[in-house]
Design a protein around this ligand. Structure first.
Ligand code: NAP
Length: 360
């Protein structure tokens, strides 16, 4: 935290439907790959929001983005967060910067959408949770966009309806075409598995009990620098067993799988990106080349719902506690990987403050 006392939450400007003058004025810190995509979405296809300021330590790129979308470039991210013409902030910078930028938004009493992870460890997430609770108003949303994906929402509906009976096992896979040798073991958990950690507890409305990481032999593309693939095992408080294959160099594409095995049936995540084509005595479909292609619709729904909720002065979607819970689980997985044994997930009970939108 950067030393200033917390103010009371800001009075919101009143927003009127149908008036561009009342668009939410958004500042974006981090104009790399996903920051640019979010700015493009807000500027070209979403309603009710306008990017007015951008910031990034990679100043040339940020200036270019500012010019392209009619925003102003602000050299310092904290200055952008404090600016009077910025109503709400998107943090899409490098992971280790997330915590301090989110804390600065809380200090300013401003709504903030923070890309995952909320912080690089659970202690950092806990600081955010404590600060937000002290403020007495929820302002933070975490970018767990899978909760906005049509397929995952359908899967949750099936599980919640009881159609496949009580869930017993979940099989998941998170595959990426090529990461090359410049990657780190920790990222396999903090950047990659973090999505499955969040989405599966959301699908099951359950909490995690203990976790384990298995390290099979690594693919040649890693040059022996990190372990890939890895297998994450999770046991939930209700006794569901989850396995997640993480494979960052699978070569064939970006492939996300999720299958719930229940006592009366099985429900599998649909893969919506491309149609199936039969031709030349073959049948099949393309595979997405990355996260943007696979989840492009989910990102749009996620940001539109964020803009809508902020304009009506209420927090919705994955909250700081969800970011904290995911990070406590990630920390346990990192420990498990290092000691090669099971580790317990010691998460305190969710406070009432964070209860109502934990599951959308
Ligand atoms: P990226 O292309 O590397 O962009 C990150 C940007 O942040 C870079 O321009 C980097 O500048 C900048 N940066 C570093 N330190 C900064 C600071 N102190 N203040 C402001 N900007 C700073 O990475 P990305 O793929 O866009 O990822 C950005 C974030 O989004 C990450 O946290 C990532 O985990 C998350 N993400 C989420 C999803 C999702 O599915 N929800 C998908 C992709 C990424 P330099 O390059 O000069 O360091």
């Amino acid at each position: 935290m950067r030393g200033r006392p917390f103010p009371v939450p800001r009075e919101r400007r009143p927003f009127e439907e149908g008036s561009e003058l009342n668009d939410l004025r958004i500042g974006v810190v981090g104009t790399g790959a996903i920051g640019r995509k979010h700015i493009k979405r807000i500027s070209e296809s979403l309603k009710g929001g306008n990017v007015v300021a951008v910031s990034d330590v990679a100043a040339d790129g940020a200036r270019q983005v500012a010019e392209e979308y009619g925003a102003r470039f602000v050299a310092d991210g904290y200055e952008l967060i404090a600016a009077d013409d910025v109503d709400a902030v998107i943090v899409s910078s490098w992971d280790p910067t997330h915590k301090d930028y989110v804390m600065a938004c809380l200090e300013q009493g401003k709504y903030v959408f923070c890309e995952k992870p909320l912080a690089t460890d659970s202690a950092g997430c806990r600081e955010i949770v404590d600060a937000e609770m002290a403020l007495g108003k929820r302002l933070v949303q975490v970018g767990f966009m899978r909760r906005y994906d049509r397929g995952y929402r359908q899967l949750k509906e099936v599980i919640d309806s009881g159609e496949i009976g009580t869930p017993l096992i979940m099989h998941c896979a998170h595959r990426n075409a090529n990461m090359g040798p410049q990657y780190e073991d920790d990222y396999m958990i903090t950047q990659v598995a973090i999505h499955e950690i969040d989405i599966v507890q959301w699908l099951l409305s359950d909490t995690y009990d203990r976790v384990r990481v298995l390290l099979p032999r690594s693919a040649g593309a890693t040059n022996g620098v990190y372990h890939d693939p890895q297998i994450v095992l999770i046991e939930t408080a209700n006794g569901v067993c989850i396995d997640v294959e993480l494979f960052m160099n699978c070569q064939f594409g970006y492939d996300i799988r999720c299958q719930a095995v229940g006592e009366k049936g099985i429900a599998s995540l649909s893969d919506p990106s491309y149609p199936e084509i039969s031709r030349d005595f073959q049948r099949g479909s393309k595979v997405a080349d990355g996260w943007e292609a696979r989840f492009t619709d989910a990102y749009a729904v996620e940001l539109q719902e964020w803009i809508d909720s902020v304009r009506s002065d209420r927090a919705a979607g994955p909250n700081s506690w969800d970011g904290y819970a995911a990070s406590v689980t990630a920390d346990a997985l990192l420990r498990s990987r290092d000691i090669q044994d099971y580790c317990s997930v010691d998460l305190p009970e969710r406070p009432d403050f964070y209860r109502d939108s934990s599951v959308r």
